[in-house]
Ligand binder design. Structure first.
Ligand code: NDP
Ligand SMILES: CC[C@](O)(C(C)=O)C(=O)O
Ligand code: MG
Ligand code: MG
Length: 337
């Protein structure tokens, strides 16, 4: 199945420049969208609750900060970039009462629409602009004159112009420099969740931690294990990013390539593939969404316990020490761009 890919020449920036945009939330994605929209000549205001710790960061950048309800009332395009588990409450309390005919409701991820946690009225456009990368890199790439690819989707086209509006928005945050692919809320949500759980975040973190454990438990120095399984992973993935697995295999030694071809499938076994299929099934049938919404509603105890265990993994202490000696690598976790 082929996809439609759009670039800057296909987008009309004047469409988003003619709108009043409210970005609700100023975290990883929110700050990137808001700052790049502003730099692209768009009229932006930020919606954050009175006590929000993000307010100071947005104000430091000279952005106008209102409450989510005030920002929604003033704007004619509302982009929700608050945590997925909070969006339905923000929507019902602050956004829905302020929606007018012709407004557009935008999302950076399809979770709340796909799992029917938010059900917008028929008189507004409902669309998505979902960058395929972490917000801090979305902003950094924009500033560097590059862009992170983005997905756009239209759930509801009340105006008849929702796709052009979404494409214009995606271009304003740099997505169309790299390529904007048209998809659906269902496809974006399910593939995004699968990617982050099985490969990008869950799969990669578990692979790195397990490799580190195997080497250190066998008596090798943690510093050497860190470089081998984490630091060098970036360098290997950079080659994949530039030219696919083929370019990475071209660049590594024949010895590494033979080990890759014969041992890789012993790590990622058919049983691992079966587990990945189960994980995908839980995303498709709503099991994961119900579990995550329930975990959030009951206070996130399991989430916090697992977070703490991750933070206390020995690889973090070794990494902190080594990164501190490489000034070009070390970045505070909370740095915004
Ligand atoms: N992280 C990423 O790179 C990506 C995220 N997405 C999607 O983008 C969306 C936002 O995620 P992400 O950027 O990670 O979120 P973050 O957790 O980084 O930031 C959330 C922001 O929302 C604010 N917030 C919390 N509660 C409210 C509220 N009641 N009203 C208004 N604002 C509120 C937070 O403020 P405070 O400081 O007060 O907590 C913070 O500024 C999600 O849909 C996510 O799936 C999509 C692609 C990638
Ligand atoms: C890979 C994680 C992600 O989907 C992203 C940065 O794209 C997210 O939800 O943060
Ligand atoms: Mg993603
Ligand atoms: Mg995601």
């Amino acid at each position: 199945m082929s996809v439609e890919i759009f670039y800057d020449d296909d987008a009309d920036l004047s469409i988003i420049q003619g709108r009043k945009v409210a970005v609700i939330g100023y975290g990883s994605q929110g700050h990137a969208h808001a700052l790049s929209l502003r730099d692209s000549g768009v009229d932006v205001r930020i919606g954050l609750p009175e006590g929000s710790k993000s307010r100071a960061k947005a104000e430091e950048e000279g952005l106008r900060v209102l409450t989510p309800a005030e920002a929604s009332a003033e704007a004619d395009l509302i982009m929700i970039l608050a945590p997925d588990t909070k969006q339905r409450f923000i929507y019902s309390e602050d956004i829905e009462p302020n929606l007018k005919d012709g407004d557009a409701l935008f999302f950076g991820h399809g979770f709340n629409i796909r799992y029917e946690l938010i059900k917008p009225p028929a008189n507004v456009d409902v669309a998505m602009v979902a960058p395929k990368g972490p917000g801090h890199l979305v902003r950094r790439q924009f500033v560097d004159g590059k862009g992170v690819p983005a997905l756009i989707a239209v759930e509801q086209d009340a105006s008849g112009n929702a796709q052009a509006l979404a494409l214009s928005y995606a271009a304003a945050i740099g997505g169309a420099r790299a390529g904007v692919i048209k998809t659906t809320f269902k496809e974006e949500t399910e593939t995004d969740l699968f990617g982050e759980q099985a490969v990008l975040c869950g799969g990669a973190s578990a692979l790195v931690q397990t490799g580190f454990e195997v080497l250190t438990e066998a008596g090798y120095a943690p510093e050497i294990a860190y470089f081998e399984v984490l630091h060098e992973l970036k360098l290997i993935v950079d080659l994949m990013y530039e030219g696919g697995i083929a370019r990475m295999r071209y660049s590594i030694s024949d010895t590494a390539e033979y080990g890759d071809l014969t041992r890789g499938p012993r790590v990622i076994t058919p049983a691992v593939k079966e587990e990945m299929k189960k994980i995908l099934g839980e995303i498709q049938d709503g099991t994961f969404a119900r579990e995550w919404v329930g975990e959030d509603e009951t206070g996130r105890a399991t989430f916090r316990k697992l977070q703490e265990a991750g933070e206390q993994h020995p690889i973090e202490e070794t990494g902190k020490k080594l990164r501190g000696l490489m000034s070009w690598v070390d970045r505070p976790i909370t740095e915004t761009a």
